[in-house]
Design a protein around this ligand. Structure first.
Ligand SMILES: NC(=O)c1ccc[n+]([C@@H]2O[C@H](COP(=O)([O-])OP(=O)(O)OC[C@H]3O[C@@H](n4cnc5c(N)ncnc54)[C@H](OP(=O)(O)O)[C@@H]3O)[C@@H](O)[C@H]2O)c1
Length: 280
């Protein structure tokens, strides 16, 4: 059966992969992002209706994170608009161990729409497509929380799970947790990437306070500094958040991607061997 599916954040790490898979399954996909037409902007609720109009289902990734101030209001408005526009179901990407995101999950659960909540651990792709890529390319990674052991999850696995639950109503009104099969510290992550790429990538630890100060000194906006601090302290700082889940295996009938498999695949693209472009 062909569905019309809106992918909010459809050019991002998980959204682009979900869109690619749905296209291959001959589903009709609309990307919801500022660069698409009609344009969708979380900051401008007047864009929500146009993006949702005519759609049957939606995958929602909120930017930058469901924990930030303003997220609850945006999720409330998008679910009300989706209900009025006649959508049958939404799948929300949430963060594993993010207490602050739970208020947004509740809004979706009480919206009157069918829904599935997908709580994800930190992504492998943060090291290849996001904020940790630049320090890796520079050969010098300095991060707090050296003891945190994280079951990093692969964006390809998240996308496979999201596609499955978007199209399969037996997952309606369920909360799933997606993690990788193995826990790694940041030092172990950088060692694996360094070994595979034959590059000397220096890893240093720093206290969270100093890390936050260095972001402020570098002119990083206050709300972003708050978010990074929250994610490190509240999410990684609590060992109970870092349990491994077997939901990926249960849903997909195969093992979750191991961090080493991710490293191999990403290394083959050459992403970690690009020349560093110096900016003035
Ligand atoms: N990274 C992790 O480790 C991790 C772990 C757990 C959960 N999550 C959750 O993942 C979500 C982010 O998903 P992702 O990593 O797949 O996306 P992403 O790679 O961060 O991509 C961001 C997407 O959002 C769009 N976007 C940015 N600002 C926007 C705005 N103001 N209005 C509308 N669209 C906007 C971008 O497109 P345009 O620029 O074209 O607008 C792009 O499609 C967050 O809610 C985060 O909490 C992340």
């Amino acid at each position: 059966m062909e569905n019309k599916i809106l992918i909010i954040g459809g050019t991002g790490k998980t959204g682009s992969r979900v869109a690619e898979r749905l296209n291959k399954l001959n589903q009709t996909v609309r990307i919801g992002s500022r660069s698409n037409t009609p344009s969708f902007d979380w900051e401008d609720p007047s864009t929500y209706h146009e993006a949702l109009k005519g759609m049957d289902r939606a995958y929602i990734t909120y930017y930058p994170d469901l924990a930030v101030p303003g997220a609850k209001e945006a999720i409330n408005t998008i679910t009300e608009t989706a209900l009025k526009a006649g959508l049958e179901k939404v799948v929300l990407l949430s963060g594993k161990g993010e207490k602050e995101a739970e208020a947004c999950e509740e809004i979706v659960a009480n919206s009157g729409l069918n829904y599935t909540l997908v709580r994800a651990s930190w992504f492998n792709q943060n090291f290849s497509e996001s904020f940790f890529l630049d320090p890796i390319l520079a050969g010098h990674v300095t991060l707090p929380m050296p003891k945190a052991e994280v079951p990093f999850v692969d964006a390809d696995d998240i996308a496979d799970v999201v596609v499955k639950v978007l199209l399969d109503d037996s997952y309606n009104n369920k909360t799933l947790t997606v993690t990788g099969p193995r826990k790694l510290t940041f030092r172990e992550v950088i060692e694996e990437i360094s070994n595979r790429t034959n590059r000397n990538i220096v890893f240093q630890t720093i206290s969270l306070d100093k890390y936050i100060k260095s972001m402020k000194n570098a002119g990083v906006p206050d709300d972003y500094v708050w978010l990074i601090g929250y994610l490190f302290k509240e999410v990684l700082g609590n060992a109970e958040n870092q349990t491994i889940s077997d939901d990926i295996e249960k849903i997909l009938g195969r093992k979750a991607v191991d961090f080493s498999e991710f490293v191999e695949k990403a290394a083959q693209t050459g992403i970690w061997n690009q020349p560093v472009v110096e900016t003035l």
